[in-house]
Design a protein around this ligand. Structure first.
Ligand code: ADP
Ligand code: ADP
Length: 229
Protein backbone atom coordinates (compact mmCIF):
# COMPACT_ATOMS: atom_id res chain seq x y z
CA UNK A 1 0.00 0.00 0.00
CA UNK A 2 1.63 3.21 -1.20
CA UNK A 3 -0.87 5.82 -0.08
CA UNK A 4 -3.30 6.45 2.71
CA UNK A 5 -5.64 9.39 2.20
CA UNK A 6 -8.35 10.95 4.33
CA UNK A 7 -10.96 13.11 2.64
CA UNK A 8 -13.18 15.44 4.68
CA UNK A 9 -13.00 13.17 7.70
CA UNK A 10 -14.93 14.17 10.79
CA UNK A 11 -15.42 12.17 13.97
CA UNK A 12 -17.99 12.74 16.68
CA UNK A 13 -18.17 10.65 19.82
CA UNK A 14 -21.79 10.44 20.80
CA UNK A 15 -22.42 9.90 24.49
CA UNK A 16 -25.42 10.28 26.75
CA UNK A 17 -26.50 13.85 26.21
CA UNK A 18 -23.02 14.93 25.06
CA UNK A 19 -21.42 14.79 21.68
CA UNK A 20 -17.70 15.40 21.44
CA UNK A 21 -16.49 16.54 18.10
CA UNK A 22 -13.00 14.99 17.99
CA UNK A 23 -12.09 15.69 14.35
CA UNK A 24 -13.45 18.30 11.91
CA UNK A 25 -13.10 17.98 8.19
CA UNK A 26 -9.60 16.55 7.93
CA UNK A 27 -8.19 16.08 4.44
CA UNK A 28 -4.66 14.75 4.28
CA UNK A 29 -2.59 12.07 2.62
CA UNK A 30 0.43 10.02 3.48
CA UNK A 31 2.94 8.34 1.18
CA UNK A 32 4.81 5.19 2.06
CA UNK A 33 8.33 5.89 3.21
CA UNK A 34 7.50 9.10 5.05
CA UNK A 35 8.10 9.69 8.74
CA UNK A 36 5.28 11.84 10.03
CA UNK A 37 4.79 13.06 13.55
CA UNK A 38 1.41 14.18 14.80
CA UNK A 39 1.62 16.76 17.57
CA UNK A 40 -0.88 18.71 19.60
CA UNK A 41 -2.09 19.08 23.15
CA UNK A 42 -4.08 16.48 25.01
CA UNK A 43 -7.59 16.13 23.59
CA UNK A 44 -6.71 17.74 20.24
CA UNK A 45 -7.66 14.57 18.32
CA UNK A 46 -4.30 12.88 17.69
CA UNK A 47 -5.28 9.39 18.86
CA UNK A 48 -8.59 9.59 17.04
CA UNK A 49 -6.81 10.61 13.84
CA UNK A 50 -4.30 7.76 14.14
CA UNK A 51 -7.09 5.24 14.86
CA UNK A 52 -8.95 6.34 11.75
CA UNK A 53 -5.80 6.24 9.59
CA UNK A 54 -5.26 2.67 10.85
CA UNK A 55 -8.94 1.70 10.45
CA UNK A 56 -9.25 0.86 14.13
CA UNK A 57 -12.06 3.40 14.21
CA UNK A 58 -14.47 4.75 11.61
CA UNK A 59 -15.11 8.36 10.68
CA UNK A 60 -18.58 9.81 11.32
CA UNK A 61 -18.35 11.39 7.88
CA UNK A 62 -15.77 11.52 5.12
CA UNK A 63 -13.76 8.67 3.66
CA UNK A 64 -10.42 6.93 4.07
CA UNK A 65 -8.70 5.64 0.94
CA UNK A 66 -6.03 2.95 0.77
CA UNK A 67 -4.32 3.34 -2.60
CA UNK A 68 -7.36 5.22 -3.91
CA UNK A 69 -9.83 2.54 -2.76
CA UNK A 70 -12.49 3.83 -0.39
CA UNK A 71 -12.30 1.49 2.58
CA UNK A 72 -15.94 1.93 3.63
CA UNK A 73 -16.76 -0.22 0.59
CA UNK A 74 -14.61 -3.13 1.81
CA UNK A 75 -15.95 -6.16 3.65
CA UNK A 76 -14.77 -6.40 7.25
CA UNK A 77 -12.71 -9.54 6.58
CA UNK A 78 -10.98 -7.91 3.62
CA UNK A 79 -10.28 -4.85 5.70
CA UNK A 80 -8.81 -6.99 8.48
CA UNK A 81 -6.54 -8.68 5.93
CA UNK A 82 -5.41 -5.39 4.46
CA UNK A 83 -4.69 -4.07 7.93
CA UNK A 84 -2.82 -7.25 8.92
CA UNK A 85 -0.48 -7.15 5.94
CA UNK A 86 0.01 -3.40 5.76
CA UNK A 87 -0.04 -1.85 9.20
CA UNK A 88 1.81 -2.52 12.44
CA UNK A 89 0.58 -0.76 15.57
CA UNK A 90 2.58 0.41 18.57
CA UNK A 91 0.92 1.91 21.65
CA UNK A 92 1.96 3.88 24.70
CA UNK A 93 1.07 1.02 27.05
CA UNK A 94 2.96 -1.78 25.41
CA UNK A 95 0.01 -4.19 25.57
CA UNK A 96 2.16 -7.29 25.94
CA UNK A 97 0.57 -10.40 27.40
CA UNK A 98 2.22 -10.94 30.79
CA UNK A 99 2.05 -14.73 30.71
CA UNK A 100 3.87 -15.01 27.39
CA UNK A 101 7.59 -14.67 26.67
CA UNK A 102 9.00 -11.96 24.42
CA UNK A 103 9.20 -14.44 21.54
CA UNK A 104 5.61 -15.60 22.06
CA UNK A 105 4.35 -12.01 22.28
CA UNK A 106 5.94 -11.20 18.93
CA UNK A 107 4.16 -14.15 17.32
CA UNK A 108 0.68 -13.32 18.69
CA UNK A 109 -0.60 -11.43 15.61
CA UNK A 110 -0.08 -14.60 13.55
CA UNK A 111 -2.55 -16.57 15.64
CA UNK A 112 -5.16 -18.15 13.34
CA UNK A 113 -3.44 -16.85 10.20
CA UNK A 114 -2.15 -18.91 7.33
CA UNK A 115 1.44 -17.89 6.77
CA UNK A 116 4.18 -19.09 4.52
CA UNK A 117 7.21 -18.41 6.69
CA UNK A 118 8.69 -19.89 9.87
CA UNK A 119 7.19 -17.72 12.57
CA UNK A 120 9.71 -18.54 15.29
CA UNK A 121 12.61 -17.76 12.98
CA UNK A 122 11.03 -14.48 11.91
CA UNK A 123 10.28 -13.50 15.51
CA UNK A 124 13.89 -14.23 16.49
CA UNK A 125 15.17 -12.11 13.61
CA UNK A 126 12.94 -9.24 14.67
CA UNK A 127 13.94 -9.45 18.33
CA UNK A 128 17.53 -9.42 17.10
CA UNK A 129 16.76 -6.35 14.97
CA UNK A 130 15.40 -4.46 18.00
CA UNK A 131 18.38 -5.47 20.14
CA UNK A 132 16.74 -8.14 22.29
CA UNK A 133 18.42 -11.28 20.96
CA UNK A 134 19.29 -12.34 24.51
CA UNK A 135 15.74 -11.82 25.88
CA UNK A 136 13.74 -14.23 23.74
CA UNK A 137 12.45 -16.18 26.71
CA UNK A 138 12.04 -13.29 29.14
CA UNK A 139 8.56 -12.40 30.37
CA UNK A 140 7.40 -8.76 30.20
CA UNK A 141 7.80 -8.36 33.98
CA UNK A 142 11.50 -9.16 33.56
CA UNK A 143 11.99 -6.41 30.98
CA UNK A 144 12.43 -2.65 31.36
CA UNK A 145 9.86 -0.30 29.80
CA UNK A 146 12.14 0.37 26.85
CA UNK A 147 12.71 -3.34 26.32
CA UNK A 148 8.96 -3.99 26.47
CA UNK A 149 8.40 -1.33 23.85
CA UNK A 150 11.07 -3.00 21.66
CA UNK A 151 9.15 -6.28 21.95
CA UNK A 152 5.97 -4.40 20.94
CA UNK A 153 7.80 -2.93 17.92
CA UNK A 154 9.04 -6.39 16.90
CA UNK A 155 5.43 -7.62 17.22
CA UNK A 156 4.26 -4.75 15.00
CA UNK A 157 6.73 -5.90 12.33
CA UNK A 158 5.85 -9.61 12.29
CA UNK A 159 3.72 -9.44 9.12
CA UNK A 160 6.27 -7.15 7.42
CA UNK A 161 3.91 -4.16 7.28
CA UNK A 162 4.59 -1.22 5.04
CA UNK A 163 3.40 1.18 7.70
CA UNK A 164 3.97 1.54 11.41
CA UNK A 165 1.46 3.61 13.36
CA UNK A 166 2.59 4.52 16.85
CA UNK A 167 0.52 6.31 19.49
CA UNK A 168 2.76 8.01 22.06
CA UNK A 169 5.33 5.18 21.88
CA UNK A 170 7.69 7.08 24.19
CA UNK A 171 5.00 8.39 26.56
CA UNK A 172 5.79 5.91 29.32
CA UNK A 173 9.55 6.07 28.99
CA UNK A 174 12.27 8.32 30.38
CA UNK A 175 13.87 10.77 27.95
CA UNK A 176 16.89 8.69 27.09
CA UNK A 177 14.91 5.49 26.55
CA UNK A 178 12.29 7.43 24.60
CA UNK A 179 15.02 8.81 22.34
CA UNK A 180 16.29 5.32 21.62
CA UNK A 181 12.80 4.05 20.78
CA UNK A 182 12.21 7.01 18.46
CA UNK A 183 15.60 6.35 16.82
CA UNK A 184 14.59 2.73 16.30
CA UNK A 185 11.45 3.87 14.46
CA UNK A 186 13.56 6.19 12.27
CA UNK A 187 15.95 3.32 11.59
CA UNK A 188 13.07 1.03 10.55
CA UNK A 189 11.90 3.70 8.15
CA UNK A 190 15.35 3.67 6.52
CA UNK A 191 16.13 -0.04 6.56
CA UNK A 192 12.67 -1.47 5.90
CA UNK A 193 11.25 1.52 4.04
CA UNK A 194 8.25 1.54 6.37
CA UNK A 195 6.07 4.59 6.49
CA UNK A 196 6.04 5.75 10.11
CA UNK A 197 3.22 7.85 11.57
CA UNK A 198 3.81 8.68 15.19
CA UNK A 199 1.71 10.61 17.67
CA UNK A 200 3.87 12.40 20.21
CA UNK A 201 3.69 15.21 22.75
CA UNK A 202 7.45 15.49 22.65
CA UNK A 203 8.37 18.47 20.48
CA UNK A 204 12.05 17.55 20.34
CA UNK A 205 11.30 14.06 19.02
CA UNK A 206 8.53 15.28 16.72
CA UNK A 207 10.92 17.58 14.91
CA UNK A 208 13.11 14.61 13.95
CA UNK A 209 10.41 13.49 11.54
CA UNK A 210 10.48 14.63 7.92
CA UNK A 211 6.94 15.88 8.23
CA UNK A 212 5.25 17.40 11.25
CA UNK A 213 1.50 17.71 11.57
CA UNK A 214 -0.09 19.67 14.36
CA UNK A 215 -3.65 19.32 15.60
CA UNK A 216 -5.71 21.73 17.64
CA UNK A 217 -9.30 21.17 18.76
CA UNK A 218 -9.84 18.52 16.09
CA UNK A 219 -8.41 20.51 13.19
CA UNK A 220 -5.09 20.41 11.39
CA UNK A 221 -3.23 23.62 12.07
CA UNK A 222 0.13 22.75 10.58
CA UNK A 223 1.52 20.31 8.03
CA UNK A 224 5.15 20.94 7.35
CA UNK A 225 7.67 18.92 5.41
CA UNK A 226 11.18 19.73 6.42
CA UNK A 227 14.55 18.12 6.24
CA UNK A 228 14.69 14.98 8.31
CA UNK A 229 17.84 14.72 10.40
P1 ADP B 1 -5.50 13.26 21.86
O1 ADP B 1 -4.99 11.95 21.34
O2 ADP B 1 -4.94 14.45 21.11
O3 ADP B 1 -5.33 13.40 23.34
P2 ADP B 1 -8.11 12.13 21.40
O4 ADP B 1 -8.20 11.78 19.97
O5 ADP B 1 -7.82 11.04 22.40
O6 ADP B 1 -7.06 13.32 21.56
O7 ADP B 1 -9.45 12.84 21.84
C1 ADP B 1 -10.05 13.91 21.09
C2 ADP B 1 -11.34 14.31 21.81
O8 ADP B 1 -12.27 13.23 21.72
C3 ADP B 1 -11.17 14.58 23.27
O9 ADP B 1 -12.10 15.59 23.60
C4 ADP B 1 -11.53 13.27 23.94
O10 ADP B 1 -12.00 13.46 25.24
C5 ADP B 1 -12.62 12.77 23.02
N1 ADP B 1 -12.67 11.29 22.96
C6 ADP B 1 -11.68 10.46 22.56
N2 ADP B 1 -12.08 9.18 22.61
C7 ADP B 1 -13.35 9.21 23.05
C8 ADP B 1 -14.33 8.20 23.31
N3 ADP B 1 -14.07 6.91 23.12
N4 ADP B 1 -15.55 8.61 23.75
C9 ADP B 1 -15.81 9.91 23.93
N5 ADP B 1 -14.95 10.91 23.70
C10 ADP B 1 -13.73 10.56 23.27
P1 ADP C 1 -4.05 9.06 24.37
O1 ADP C 1 -3.25 9.48 25.56
O2 ADP C 1 -3.36 8.06 23.51
O3 ADP C 1 -4.65 10.21 23.61
P2 ADP C 1 -6.34 8.77 25.93
O4 ADP C 1 -5.80 8.56 27.30
O5 ADP C 1 -6.84 10.10 25.47
O6 ADP C 1 -5.25 8.22 24.91
O7 ADP C 1 -7.49 7.72 25.64
C1 ADP C 1 -7.37 6.37 26.00
C2 ADP C 1 -8.68 5.68 25.66
O8 ADP C 1 -9.77 6.37 26.26
C3 ADP C 1 -9.00 5.68 24.17
O9 ADP C 1 -9.57 4.43 23.84
C4 ADP C 1 -9.98 6.78 23.97
O10 ADP C 1 -10.85 6.49 22.89
C5 ADP C 1 -10.72 6.76 25.29
N1 ADP C 1 -11.18 8.12 25.66
C6 ADP C 1 -10.47 9.27 25.59
N2 ADP C 1 -11.21 10.32 25.97
C7 ADP C 1 -12.43 9.81 26.31
C8 ADP C 1 -13.63 10.38 26.77
N3 ADP C 1 -13.77 11.70 26.97
N4 ADP C 1 -14.67 9.56 27.01
C9 ADP C 1 -14.55 8.25 26.81
N5 ADP C 1 -13.45 7.65 26.35
C10 ADP C 1 -12.40 8.41 26.11
Amino acid sequence: MEHIALKSVSKDYIGEGVTTSALHDITIDFTKGEVVSIMGSSGSGKSTLLSIIGTLDKPTSGEVYFDSKPISKLKLDDLADIRFTNIGFVFQQFHLLPSLTALENVIIPLFNRKISFNKTERAKELLDLVGLEDKLNAFPSQLSGGQQQRVAIARALIAEPEWILADEPTGNLDTETGNSIFSLLLQLNKTKNCGVIVVTHDTVLAEKAGRVIEMKDGSLIRDRRGCPI
